[in-house]
Design a protein around this ligand. Structure first.
Ligand code: MLT
Ligand code: ZN
Length: 483
């Protein structure tokens, strides 16, 4: 179904009256980047793309859309890997993009909080914290474009969860506009507040299906005095887990990141980057990137890192290691890790599974899932990487070099992702550790959530969004009427 032009004109006129003509986009050339997802796997249609600049404008847009039954797709930096931030192809939805709400509202270095509008990019939030001599610890590769509202809506994770937690752990208060235009405000910087249901958590991880987050109070942490980074070849996924145990034991809580990288993942990213060499002299099947950070000075932190690596050698967990000798080295190690995602997007033909299992099961899971996938697709490149310290790996079998990307995905996406997700689920794991559900995984939820969980999700949805106007067709699998 596409929207008739009189309804679209009425929507446009009404929204222009709220936000001004320049903040409403309708021409295809102008809306293109707002309706196409980050990985360019889906291209939807919007009746209008609206860019409000205040919470009051968001509230007025939402109230109008609610009265006139117009669906709304909330959007931040549009970096969702699950197609959660772009509209479907019906063309009746308004895309409400928060980019113009990009002001840092306050920093309180006594309370250690940073209050921002939802459209502030993660990089800008981190910079504002740093200017105040503090750390906002969420770290993800897309920090230059992803926004705090989207980070909250997807409960973003990234590379420092092991130390600091997910976005849900890093927020004290939010402001959100409800589907009918009412404003829910709990922009308070309280670390203790047991006054009934903690409603902010409904909106965190809801991917814009219950309302639109417009501002947040974020937790700030002390800046570590020093960090130490190593790129380490390990004997196996099991050796990696055991090395992590050693690192935790010997560093007394200084392990900030512990990222797994498979041989094919490193091959792919080095090929993509072109002018960057592997930190290690030889090719290895498995590597980890370890970062320690703490209030200790640089020399003692490096001594701790060496002690961890020596213990790893003695136990035959570690095969080789490169310790970053400078900030530039550490940045290169991290660049190698963080660019794996874009390397896959550019290569095409990647079966993206984002699974987590208990840390005690992750090594067996990686071995078993690799074996089973290679039985199915013997020449797949096993691009496996990610946040092993959280029990979360991006398990992304990639097409063989000479295979056509589209044909490969058409044949293998479903059987492989079903296999990998099923194995993770069987280990008590999750089929989406940190990327969310969006459009891509929505129907899979029916298999992996219990009937009670699905019913509760729909009950919450209907309580907050009875007209099912918020990001429709995302997250919640259809369940009869209303779905
Ligand atoms: C990452 O860890 O690099 C991100 O989650 C992105 C991705 O896996 O593609
Ligand atoms: Zn990740």
């Amino acid at each position: 179904m596409s929207l008739d032009s009189s309804t679209r004109d009425a929507t446009l006129r009404a929204l222009q009256a709220i936000v001004g003509d320049n903040a409403c986009l309708v021409a295809d050339a102008d809306t293109e980047s707002y309706v196409t997802d980050y990985r360019r796997i889906s291209r939807g249609k919007a009746s209008v793309v609206v860019l409000p600049s205040s919470t009051e404008q968001v509230a007025a847009v939402m109230a109008w859309c609610h009265t006139h039954d117009v669906p709304v797709v909330p959007q931040g930096g549009n970096t969702s890997l699950m197609g959660g931030a772009v509209p479907d192809t019906r063309g009746d939805a308004v895309v409400l993009n928060l980019s113009r709400m990009n002001r840092v509202l306050a920093i309180d270095t006594v309370n250690d909080t940073l209050t921002v509008q939802a459209g502030v990019t993660l990089a800008a939030a981190r910079a504002a914290a740093e200017e105040g001599g503090r750390l906002f610890p969420l770290r993800i590769g897309s920090e230059g474009s992803c926004q705090i509202g989207g980070n909250l809506s997807t409960n973003a994770g990234g590379t420092a969860v092991l130390r600091y937690g997910n976005m849900r752990d890093l927020v004290l208060g939010i402001e959100a506009v409800l589907p009918d235009g009412r404003i829910y405000s709990s922009l308070r910087g309280l670390r203790k507040d047991n006054t009934g249901y903690d409603l902010k958590h409904l909106f965190i991880g809801a991917e814009g299906t219950l309302g639109i987050i417009t501002a947040a109070v974020l937790k700030l942490m002390p800046q570590p005095r020093a960090s130490a980074v190593a790129f380490v070849a390990v004997a196996s996924p099991d050796a990696a887990v055991r090395l992590l145990g050693e690192a935790k034991r010997l560093s007394g809580g200084a392990v900030t990141a512990f990222e797994l990288i498979s041989g094919p993942a490193l091959d792919l990213v080095l090929d993509y980057l072109g002018n960057v060499a592997s930190p290690l002299a030889q090719r290895h099947d498995w590597m980890v990137l370890i970062e320690l950070s703490s209030g200790a000075d640089a020399a003692s932190l490096e001594a701790t890192l060496l002690e961890i690596l020596e213990s790893g050698y003695e136990q035959q967990l570690v095969q080789d290691a490169a310790i970053a000798a400078s900030v530039a080295d550490a940045q290169t190690f991290w660049r190698i890790r963080e660019e794996i995602s874009d390397a896959q997007t550019r290569t095409g033909g990647s079966i993206k599974c984002d699974v987590s299992v208990p840390l005690s099961r992750i090594a067996d899971f990686v071995d078993e899932a690799s074996r089973r996938v290679l039985e199915l697709v013997p020449d797949a490149r096993m691009v496996i990487y990610g946040h092993m310290g959280d029990g979360n790996v991006h398990f992304n079998p990639l097409r063989p070099k000479d295979a056509d990307a589209k044909a490969f995905l058409a044949q293998w996406y479903k059987p492989v992702s079903d296999l990998v997700d099923g194995l993770a689920h069987g280990e008590g794991g999750s089929i989406s550790a940190e990327h969310g559900i969006g459009a891509v995984k929505r129907d899979d939820l029916r298999r992996y959530k219990s009937q009670v969980e699905l019913e509760l999700m729909w009950q919450v949805k209907r309580a907050l969004d009875p007209k099912n106007l918020m990001n429709p067709g995302r997250v919640l699998p259809a369940m009869g009427e209303g779905g």
